[in-house]
Design a protein around this ligand. Structure first.
Ligand code: IMP
Ligand code: MG
Length: 186
């Protein structure tokens, strides 16, 4: 869906579909250059938000992009990330000795990714790097070493390009700031 299909649900479009596509191609060239010797990395997508970026990045890459998926959730009832993570769906791939590239939609506090990177390293991966389409630097609670970042954005709650609010808006083509009236009263 397009922003115009959503009436006044969106405060503003932050990154357009075209801008995402251009940046993704630049990131793919960086990734190809960094992994140009040896076996290509295993791309590990974090469900569900990373589906769009994984689909687009994998097709942009000029090497055989093997993909696997994890689903994780933070413990506790709070809507804020706690940093204590539970694996809902684990990898099907053995990663000992492999180069792993985690593919994410957004890094907010960084707690989920910090945990995930450490978890994959503990399985004996040769290297674990992170690629994220969006990052909110001002929301960082922990330092996470991120190798590839699409766009740094303000702390506003955003939807689209895989990102949801209550499982909606994931299929919006652009990344947009959600209007506050949509979640007012929660
Ligand atoms: P954190 O980096 O551990 O705080 O959590 C990151 C996760 O929170 C992401 O993978 C998203 O699922 C979710 N998230 C953080 N910020 C946003 C947002 O602006 N819109 C939608 N989901 C978000
Ligand atoms: Mg996510």
């Amino acid at each position: 869906m397009d922003a115009k299909d959503l009436g006044d649900d969106l405060a503003k479009v932050l990154v357009t579909e075209a801008e995402l596509r251009v940046r993704l191609a630049e990131m793919a060239r960086e990734i190809e250059a960094d992994y140009d010797s040896g076996e290509p990395p295993l791309l590990v997508g974090v469900l569900r938000g990373a589906v769009m970026v994984m689909a687009d990045l994998a097709r942009e890459l000029r090497f055989h992009a093997e993909m696997d998926w994890m689903a994780v959730s933070s413990y506790g009832a709070s809507t804020k990330s706690s940093g204590v993570v539970r694996i809902l769906k684990d990898l099907d791939t053995e990663i000992a000795g492999r180069d792993v590239l985690i593919v994410e939609d957004i890094i907010d506090s960084g707690l989920t990714l910090a945990w995930l990177k450490e978890n994959l390293e503990s399985r004996g991966a040769r290297s674990v790097r992170i690629c994220t389409m969006l990052r909110k630097p001002e929301a960082a609670k922990v330092e996470v070493d991120v190798a590839y970042v699409g766009f740094d954005i303000p702390v506003d709650f955003v939807v689209g390009y895989g990102l949801d609010y209550a499982e909606r808006y994931r299929n919006l083509r652009d990344v947009a700031v959600l209007a506050t009236h949509v979640y007012a009263g929660e």
